[in-house]
Design a protein around this ligand. Structure first.
Ligand code: PEP
Ligand code: MN
Length: 356
């Protein structure tokens, strides 16, 4: 357990709302977005990337220190704190000069323990708050390790941001949410608030509602959402940013401030885990059937008979051993294996029947 204090004080069970552009681009854009969000009156923190780690150096990498003047001004004018991404101790040192005290560590930084340690060392002894995005790779230990580094140095205002993972299969989203990972983080460290960043999971604004809704179902402690005055002109992440009006509609339809029923949340979490595991079972079955096809083609080429009883006995013996290790009922497994065997023979027969 870490000692964790809230980043921003809220009423019990109220979710934190963070919104703002992916990045600061111009004084006009930052002020217009902040003014519109201020007018709506429901956000707790204004997000605004000023140093943007991008895949290609040809992409817009942020306006840097210039934007800190604007953010400082916004903090004063609207009485709303800003948060920015930092990647190095130098970023922190510069930002502190402009009274910025809320930061996040980006997904490309959390993957690197040396970078995280460097930032942790630099914030030691300060009262800043730090939000740690999940690492790009689905490795929960890297994520938890980053919290350990800050906690060890006495930082307590911490939160996690779930922004999805880069995996070979992301479906229609830009990043795979892999809900089981934030759920597992919550199970291991219930003291760490987790905010969901549906913008970076979605990659397209049309999916933001469904992702945010699911996160709320699962009991997320807050949302971080990208909002831009004119997303179509944005220099980064233009497809996923909402206009201030769209943001207002989203928040209205999500009913964000209501606390969820813990019982139902827990049940939903268990169901998420089952759904994820079922997907894995399907993936493994498809890989097994692929391997069966390869064997069938090989047997056909070499003229070897389809079913070989000795091999089948050996397969079953291997499986029984696994069942013992994993405490799975053997008679249950026997039924599954017989079904699998039947299906494998059917697949092999089809291949054998095909004309050469
Ligand atoms: C961002 O928040 O704009 C950002 C770059 O996020 P991530 O680190 O999640 O890609
Ligand atoms: Mn972004």
């Amino acid at each position: 357990m870490f000692v964790v204090h809230p980043i921003i004080q809220k009423k019990k069970n109220q979710r934190l709302l963070i919104a703002g552009p992916c990045g600061a681009e111009s004084e006009e854009q930052v002020f217009a977005t902040a003014a519109a969000l201020h007018q709506q009156g429901n956000i707790d923190l204004f997000r605004c990337g000023i140093w943007k780690p991008r895949s290609s150096p040809k992409s817009f990498e942020g306006v840097g220190e210039n934007a800190l003047v604007w953010l400082q001004e916004i903090q004063k004018k609207y009485q709303i704190q800003s948060c920015i991404e930092i990647v190095s101790p130098q970023h922190l040192e510069i930002a502190l000069r402009y009274n910025i005290t809320h930061f996040w560590i980006g997904a490309r930084t959390t993957v690197n323990p040396f970078l995280v340690q460097g930032i942790a060392d630099a914030v030691a002894g300060t009262d800043i708050s730090i939000m740690i995005k999940n690492p790009i790779a689905p490795d929960i230990n890297l994520w938890i390790g980053a919290f350990e580094r800050f906690a060890k140095l006495g930082i307590t205002k911490m939160a996690a941001i779930h922004r999805g993972f880069l995996t070979s299969e992301t479906g229609v989203y830009r990043n795979n949410p892999l809900w089981k990972i934030p759920i597992e983080l919550k199970r291991l460290h219930p003291e760490i608030p987790i905010f969901c960043d549906p913008s970076h999971i979605a990659g397209d604004k049309k999916y933001i509602y469904e992702i945010a809704q699911k996160a709320l179902f699962l009991g997320t402690d807050g949302l971080m959402i990208e909002v831009h005055q004119t997303p179509e002109n944005s220099l980064s992440d233009k497809n996923q940013q909402l206009t201030p009006n769209e943001f207002a509609q989203l928040i209205h339809s999500l009913n964000i401030s209501t606390a969820t029923n813990t019982q139902d949340t827990l049940l939903q979490q268990y169901r998420e885990i089952i759904d994820e595991l079922d997907k894995e079972i399907c993936l493994i079955l498809s890989k097994r059937f692929e391997a069966v096809k390869q064997i069938a083609n090989y047997k056909k080429e070499k003229n070897i008979s389809l079913s070989q009883i000795d091999r089948w006995k050996q397969v079953m013996e291997n499986i029984y051993k696994e069942c013992e290790n994993k405490h799975i009922d053997i008679s249950f497994m026997k039924k599954i294996m017989e079904l699998l065997h039947e299906e494998s023979i059917r697949i092999q027969e089809n291949i054998t029947k095909e004309k050469i």
